[in-house]
Design a protein around this ligand. Structure first.
Ligand code: CA2
Length: 145
């Protein structure tokens, strides 16, 4: 039987992980995180694919594609689009995907402009503030869905 697929979508500037602001985002690169998630996915019987884009519309397109390809769940760190994107909110609602919101930091303990999450208005769960481990906890939760 085919493995259930989990898509891990990352938004703007997350390609810079591990290069700047390690006190907020840690030392791991996105490639490090992707490699660990792939191994964890193997153990959980999940096919994990990680992607990153700096473009809002690409995230919307990937959510549409996830819906039509029958993805089991999406882990979504939309970066700053989390706090601005009604388009992402609409896409999550329209696709009815099981989306788990993920953040390395805890936006609610940071600047006020990070306290609002449009993604969170449609996501079924949120894991934040654990650094790279946020993704691993989110993947464990996705396996239980
Ligand atoms: O904590 C998170 O995961 C965030 O989604 C990260 C976003 C931020 O806008 C959200 O409020 C919370 C920013 C990602 C920027 O990534 C960088 C990586 C390395 C150096 C600088 C920025």
């Amino acid at each position: 039987m085919a493995l259930r697929k989990v898509l891990v979508l990352n938004g703007p500037n997350l390609n810079l992980l591990g290069t700047r602001e390690p006190e907020i985002y840690g030392h791991d690169t996105l490639a490090d995180i992707a490699a660990r998630l792939a191994a964890q996915g193997n153990a959980l019987g999940l096919d994990v694919e990680c992607r990153q884009t700096n473009h809002e519309g690409v995230l919307v397109d990937w959510l549409h594609e996830a819906r039509s390809s029958g993805v089991h769940a999406v882990l979504l760190n939309a970066g700053a689009y989390t706090h601005t994107s009604i388009a992402l909110l609409d896409a999550i609602k329209a696709t009815q995907l099981k989306v788990i919101e993920v953040h390395l930091s805890d936006p609610e303990t940071r600047e006020a402009f990070r306290h609002l999450s449009y993604v969170g208005m449609a996501a079924i769960d949120c894991v934040k503030g654990l650094g790279a481990k946020s993704y691993e906890v989110a993947l464990e939760r996705a396996a239980l869905l």
